[in-house]
Design a protein around this ligand. Sequence first.
Ligand SMILES: Nc1ncnc2c1ncn2[C@@H]1O[C@H](COP(=O)(O)OP(=O)(O)O)[C@@H](O)[C@H]1O
Ligand SMILES: [Mg+2]
Length: 263
Amino acid sequence: MGKVIAIANQKGGVGKTTTASNLGDGLAQKGKKVLKVDMDPQGNLTTSAGIETEIEDRKNNMYTLSDVMLEKINNDRLLDRNEFIVSKSLTDIIPADMSLSGVELALVNTMSREYVLKEILDNIKASYDYILIDCCPSLGMLTVNSLTAADSVIIPVQAEFLSLKGLELLIGTIARLKRQINKSLEIEGILITMYNKQTNLSRQIKEILEHNYGQSIKIFKTPVPKSIKVAEAPIEGLSILEYSPGNVVANAYRNLTEELLHA
Ligand SMILES: Nc1ncnc2c1ncn2[C@@H]1O[C@H](COP(=O)(O)OP(=O)(O)O)[C@@H](O)[C@H]1O
Ligand SMILES: [Mg+2]
């Protein structure tokens, strides 16, 4: 059975999508069968993998995550996986686009609304070693669905801006979900991203995280450094691991992969 890992932080721009993309490819390069799930209506994971979800593709029968979730919500039916899973060079992806924001609304009046994504993933889990969910920047029903479906959570935290209140809120939400809905949910660790060892701010944020959380939550050993290449890779539809394997960020994500595999 595949391990499901949600990559979550309700703050945008902290490196969730970059982490989902690169950790996914890192695990695939280690011979693991990986599925990435785009759970953000902004669809950044989808477009950065070079997948178009425009009308043209829909004519070719390409469904996105919102179609799969709405079919489950409205008709309690699971679509055929071949209709919504896209195979890329290293991993499979369930794409998403703006229509996913409509699912958030549809979930409000749904029975067992926390479990929709879980039921979809439970059905395909056996085909993968790892399923990574790229969460959206909110703590709404889409993220609750992600955390309900997940075995563990990776929390990317940007080393340029620290919201301890935001982090408390996220960790509190995870704890409440664990008590009420998903007893086996664990925090895999906090991943420091966009780390610049030359700046005091980056070093201070790392120290605060280690001081405040280091006792109870794992802080992954290698912070992900900042590199301009990270912005270039998605334009080519590639992860940094594929686009620039020798880059410092590629290196950091390979270290994260090893740490996860040996946890
Ligand atoms: N290690 C990094 N170095 C430089 N830029 C990065 C790094 N990680 C992410 N970025 C950039 O920061 C922005 C936000 O990253 P992203 O992964 O999309 O965050 P989120 O999914 O949390 O919104 C993107 O433009 C991305 O290219
Ligand atoms: Mg994102």
